[in-house]
Every structure is written in C-alpha cells, then in structure tokens.
Ligand binder design. Structure first.
Ligand SMILES: NC(=O)c1ccc[n+]([C@@H]2O[C@H](COP(=O)([O-])OP(=O)(O)OC[C@H]3O[C@@H](n4cnc5c(N)ncnc54)[C@H](O)[C@@H]3O)[C@@H](O)[C@H]2O)c1
Ligand SMILES: CC(C)=CCC/C(C)=C/C=C/C(C)=C/C=C/C(C)=C/C=C/C=C(C)/C=C/C=C(C)/C=C/C=C(\C)CCC=C(C)C
Length: 643
C-alpha cells in the first residue's frame, strides 16, 4: 500500500544547486573518539566509553538515502571498526547503539570542534549558525542553503533529528517521538515536510495511513479517524446523531481556515514585502486568517455543540496535538491538523521518521553547508548587543552573521544567554506560556500474534473519566508503525511505542535503584491498561522493552525539563501571543516549537521556513525594506502585547 508519491525503492536526494563558495566535500565521518570526544559522549551516556565510526552503511535497509554522489567503497572502508571498545555498556534510550553504523552526512571533525577553526572568519564565514538539528533547525538551515547561504548546523547529539530522530536496538528501528506525520502528502501548499525535502532535491517513499488515530474513550466511545473525511464524519455523527448539525458546522469552520491557509504561499509573516504581497493576492484568505488568529477551537466548538461528551471529544482531538484542551488550542492550529489528515492524509516515511532528518542533513551538505555533531553549544556570543557567534562546551568558538537557535526558548534565554538578561519580550512569552510536561515513553518489541491483523497504527486511550484527559499518565498514546512498515522490526515482531504525559518533578531526587524501580512500576501499569483495553496477552508477548522518562528526554533532546513544547498558562488569545523568529537581540533568531505556530513536526517545519525567509532578507539574500520592516515588527510586537 505504498502511495503514489513513491519514486522507486529508496528515497532519493538530488542536489538542486551547488554552493560554489564551499564545494561539497561530502565527508562521511570516520573517526575514533578521543578523550575529548569521550568526555562529550559521557555527557550523553555516562556509562559508555566508546570508540566509534559513524558512516553510511551501504548494507542497511533502514532509513536509507540515495546520495547525490555515489559513495565510493573507500568512503566506508573503516565501517567495521564500529564501536570497537565498549565498557560498562548501559542501555539508554536514544543513546548510540553499539555496533550501529549510522548514516550521517557530516559529523564533527574533532579538530574543527576543538580548535574552532571558524574563529578567523569573523562574521564573513557563515551566513548563519543553527544551534540544533531538530526538524525546525534543519528546515531553516536547508531553506537558507538553497537560497545561497552558507550555513553551519551545530548538533549536540551524534545524529540529527532531535525529537524526530530514531534509534536502533536488537533489529528494531524506533522513532524517538511521534510517528504521526502531517504535511507529508503530494498536494497543496501545506505539505511542508514534502516541500522541505524537495527543496534540497530529496523525496522519500511514504505509506498512507488509513486511520490517523483510533480513539478509545470513556463510556466505551470508540471513534476511528478515517483518512476519508466523509467516513470519519459519518462515524462520529452516528455516535451523536443529535449533534450532527453542530459537529458539521464545527468541522466546516475548520475547513474554511484550512482552505485559506492552503491557498497561501507560506513564508515569513515577519517579512512585510511578502506579507503585503499575500494580502494583495489573497485578501479574503488573509483576512480570514487574521480573524481567526486570536481565537481558540473550544470557543468555536461551543458555538455549535452543546453535548458535553462531544465537547470532550473535541478536547481529545486538540489534546493529542497541543497537550491542552480545545479551549486553549488556537483555532488555526486545530484546523490545520483536523483537516490536513483528510486533505493530504497522514503518511509514514518508509524506514522510519528518522529518515526525514537524515535526508535533510544530506541535502544540506549537498548544498555546500555543514553540520557538526557532538557540538554542544553552551553560550551565544554577544558583541555590542548583537549575536555574533557561539561557544561550545570544549571552548571552541564559531562566528556568523546570524545565529538561529533551535533550542527551546527556555534553553536559549536561560542557558545559552544569561537568565538575568532576559529581554522584556521573552518575559512576556514566559508569562503567557509554560513548559508543557514531558513524556514517559515505552518502546517495545512484541510478538506479532498479539495484535489482531486489522489493528490501526495509532491509538489514543482514555478509559476512565474524561477529567483525566490532561492529568499525568491519564491518557495513553500508542503508535504501532510496523503496521505500516514491517521493515522496522525483525520478522514476526511489531513495535509498540507507548507514551503518556509525565513531569520531570516526578522523577527527581530518586536514587538510581528507586528511579529504575519506579520506571518499571509505572511502565507496568500503563502496559496493563493497554492489555485490558486493547490487546489481551500483551505482557507475555514482550520481547524487548525500554522505558524513557522526562529525564531521558531532557538528556537526549537537550530540552529544558524534557518539555514537549510551550503550552499556554491560561486561555490564550489563539496564536496572537506566540513569538515569530526574530528576538529582542539583534542577529539572534529562534526556530522550533517555542515559535509560531508551536508544537508539532509540521509546525516547526513552518517555523523553519519562516525563519529562513526572515534571515535571508536580513543577510541580503532576499528583498528587504528597512522602513517596512520597522513598521511591521513594531506592529507585531504591539499585537503580541495584547495577548
Ligand atoms: N518530544 C517528543 O516526543 C516529540 C516527538 C516527535 C516530534 N516532536 C515534535 O517536534 C517538536 C520539536 O522540534 P524542534 O525542531 O523544535 O526541536 P527538537 O527538540 O526536535 O530538536 C532540537 C535539537 O537541538 C539540539 N540542541 C538543543 N540544544 C543544543 C545545544 N545547546 N547545542 C547543540 N545542539 C542543541 C538537540 O540535541 C536537538 O537535536 C516538538 O514540538 C514536537 O511537536 C516531539
Ligand atoms: C501577521 C498578521 C497580523 C496577520 C496575518 C494574517 C495571516 C496572513 C496569517 C497567516 C497565518 C499562517 C500562514 C499560519 C500558519 C499556521 C500553520 C501552518 C500551523 C500549523 C500548525 C500545525 C500543528 C499545530 C501541528 C501539530 C501536530 C502535532 C503536535 C502532532 C502531534 C502528534 C502526536 C503527538 C501523535 C499522536 C499520537 C497518537 C495518537 C498515537
């Protein structure tokens, strides 16, 4: 059931444009960890001391990419070195897999990192440095690279992708985070993942998911969100015939917004020449969006729907994408996801979600830009009020005309910059938004027989009482990506990725033994709930299990408290208070989920597109009008202050 988007047997990347200033060296890393590298690694996985090689594995069927230049055998002559020395090996979620040969396009060459070779380049070497290679950072980097910018991405971890990365264990390829991919279709303007890949000449095979999610809700309410909108609506209205009209009106209003969004060419809302151009070309659509910008889904649902159970269902629809109820979910975001799943559909990339970041990284390097791994940025260097560079944990420094942070705003303005210098705009942001809780996640390999053959790929389970929806461990998310792509697990096995909200406070101050015991206990309860509700015999079928806590997310994703992203403290004014990419600090931009429009892979991809456009204008690669800029940025700042 591969979609019509597929090209052939493997995803491909073709360079669209080569940056001649920095011809592509296409270096696949071949290095052994030195003491320095081991000390960086030990921050990531303290009980490991590794020598390793990170290379493209020509034998691997796992998220593979075709390369713009065919790899010559000498590119991976040392691959067998693998992890030649592993002492005190401890299994850690997201940690580097022993003997794994990873496909990364370019990895920190230790001398570069140690000596900070870029120092002499002043601001002239790189147009932009991107801190972090989450999808937000990579989309910003690749979009800039195709506009002709020279970009350096600095990633703390050893592979790209952040929350959208992957890891391998015992023949399984696990997605670190969500396996539900919006924006990955072949039509419209909102297929931002497809477009981001295409911009750097890449295309991935995808498998259409027939059901976005199967809800298992209180009072035995079971609803499947079918790919076909009409099928979904008939199922939902058949459960609530008395609310048919209200349900239709609510979802129709979502479509109105989605259609307006889908008609625009998406670029930076902070760039006046583009924004005014869009208003001129599509006035009705832009005014529609401006009208809904400060509104939330719950308020609109309440205009049409009275039955509390249907309103709770709309809460669940919003919660799975915003971790808050409908009253707190911006209507534009709700419309985006509630419609894209039927318009373009949810599509899963063959080989796993990790392939997206790998493809983008590959495309980035093909454009002549660079990415360095194990490059832990500890501070942003400010000179005369302008961000001019970054300092790494090993003391090396890199400089560029602009700095883009893909770390969360809490990390950017609390760690990379001194907390006491918090700009007023950031204070306002932190007044309106708090860190959403993190997750407890369980990655499991199970015997295939335990799942009925027609099992859906994604499930959301809230058995008891609606009021537990937003409580920690209240609702359970479950993805079974092997229902779509069996190559992710050994034959006869399935992957279950289970997650539930959990706060870091719950996991602090425990001894190692108590921490491990608590992980087992909490995971066991969650698995029992799934066994009772969905899959009898689940526990006995487990072949592999690994549990991650908010502390795991904090460590491996470098996200403050392991947060999933920002969530409003109270009832927000829709998206009005969400900052765009520019910051109060000249030359410093943010990208990712603590920027407009918020959490979600497609949302951070959009923030990457917006960021690249604004930065390109500021470094002279796109048209810019300083007068209009000042006017628009002032207006947007004022609008945010109303939120
Ligand atoms: N948390 C999850 O389980 C999960 C899963 C899948 C997708 N998502 C979505 O992805 C979104 C996040 O995407 P994103 O692009 O904003 O960020 P991200 O968290 O995915 O990626 C940020 C990257 O920056 C790196 N980084 C952070 N600080 C650094 C530093 N000081 N030096 C060097 N590198 C550093 C991290 O290692 C990481 O690779 C979330 O909102 C969520 O919707 C989340
Ligand atoms: C500026 C002014 C003043 C005005 C202007 C007006 C206008 C023009 C406007 C415009 C606007 C726009 C363009 C906007 C846009 C937006 C967008 C694109 C948005 C997007 C969004 C998205 C999102 C939010 C997404 C999300 C997602 C997510 C989060 C997902 C998740 C998932 C998961 C978790 C999974 C689940 C699972 C299971 C169930 C298992």
């Amino acid at each position: 059931m591969l979609s019509s988007m597929q090209l052939g047997s493997s995803p491909s990347c073709k360079p669209r444009k080569m940056n001649t200033r920095f011809p592509n060296s296409h270096s696949f890393l071949d290095f052994k960890a030195t003491q320095l590298e081991n000390s960086v690694l030990s921050c990531i996985s303290p009980l490991k001391t590794l020598n390793y090689t990170v290379l493209h594995d020509p034998r691997s069927s796992k998220p593979s990419l075709s390369c713009s230049k065919p790899l010559k055998p000498q590119n991976y002559t040392n691959q067998e070195v693998g992890f030649v020395k592993t002492v005190k090996k401890k299994r850690n979620l997201f940690s580097v897999r022993t003997k794994s040969v990873m496909d990364v396009s370019k990895v920190a060459e230790k001398d570069d990192v140690a000596e900070g070779k870029n120092k002499d380049n002043g601001g002239g070497g790189y147009d932009a440095i991107v801190i972090g290679s989450g999808i937000g950072g990579l989309v910003a980097a690749t979009q800039l690279a195709v506009k002709g910018a020279k970009v350096l991405v600095l990633e703390k971890y050893v592979i790209p992708g952040g929350s959208s990365g992957f890891y391998e264990r015992d023949g399984y390829t696990f997605d670190v985070g969500s396996s539900v991919m919006f924006g990955f279709s072949d039509k419209g303007n909102l297929n931002l993942i497809t477009q981001a890949l295409a911009a750097v000449g890449c295309k991935m095979e995808v498998i259409p998911d027939p059901t976005t999610v199967h809800y298992h809700l209180p009072n035995n309410l079971s609803v499947q969100v079918h790919r076909e909108y009409d099928d979904f609506i008939s199922e939902l209205t058949s459960k609530f015939p008395h609310e048919k009209e209200g349900i239709l009106k609510f979802y129709n209003e979502c479509w109105k917004i989605f259609n307006a969004l889908n008609s625009l060419e998406l670029k930076s809302l902070e760039e006046p020449i583009y924004l005014f151009g869009q208003f001129f070309k599509k006035p009705v659509e832009c005014l529609t969006l401006a009208y809904y910008l400060p509104q939330n889904a719950g308020t609109i649902a309440r205009k049409y729907i009275k039955d509390p159970e249907v309103l709770s269902f709309i809460d669940a629809e919003c919660f799975i994408v915003s971790t808050v109820n409908a009253l707190q979910t911006p209507m534009i975001n709700a419309s985006m996801v509630l419609c894209d799943r039927h318009f373009g559909g949810i599509n899963y990339p063959v080989g796993g979600v990790g392939g997206i970041a790998k493809s983008l990284t590959k495309g980035l390097v093909d454009q002549g830009s660079e990415i360095l791994y194990k490059a832990n940025v500890t501070s942003i260097i400010i000179d005369n009020g302008k961000a001019i560079g970054v300092r790494l944990s090993n003391g090396s420094e890199f400089f560029a005309k602009t700095i883009i942070s893909n770390a969360t705003r809490w990390d950017t303005f609390g760690k990379l910059l001194k907390k006491q210098d918090l700009p007023k705009e950031e204070e306002n942001f932190q007044k309106i938004y708090v860190k959403a809780p993190s997750f407890l996640s369980i990655h499991m390999g199970v015997k295939a027989e335990v799942l009925p053959p027609d099992t859906d790929c994604h499930h959301f389970v809230l058995e008891g009482d609606w009021k537990n929806l937003e409580e920690p461990y209240g609702s359970i998310f479950l993805s079974i990506p092997t229902m779509l792509d069996s190559s992710l697990a050994p034959k006869g096995r399935h992957i279950l990725h289970i997650f539930t909200t959990s706060s870091i406070e719950d996991w602090q101050g425990l001894s190692t033994k108590d921490y491990e015991r608590k992980k087992e206990l909490v995971a066991d309860k969650i698995i029992s709930r799934l066994e009772n509700k969905l899959f009898p015999g689940l526990k006995a079928s487990i072949e592999f299990k690994e549990v991650g806590t908010p502390k795991t997310h904090r460590r491996y994703l470098a996200r403050d408290s392991g947060t999933y992203g920002p969530m409003p403290r109270g009832v927000p004014k829709g998206l009005l208070g969400m900052p765009f990419n520019t910051t109060a600090i000249n030359g410093l931009y943010c990208v990712g989920d603590s920027c407009f429009p918020g959490q979600g892979v497609i949302a951070v991809a959009f923030s990457g597109v917006m960021c690249a456009h604004r930065v390109a204008a500021d470094v002279g690669l796109e048209k810019k009008s300083p007068v209009l800029d000042a006017g628009l940025l002032g207006l947007l700042g004022w609008l945010r202050s109303l939120a």
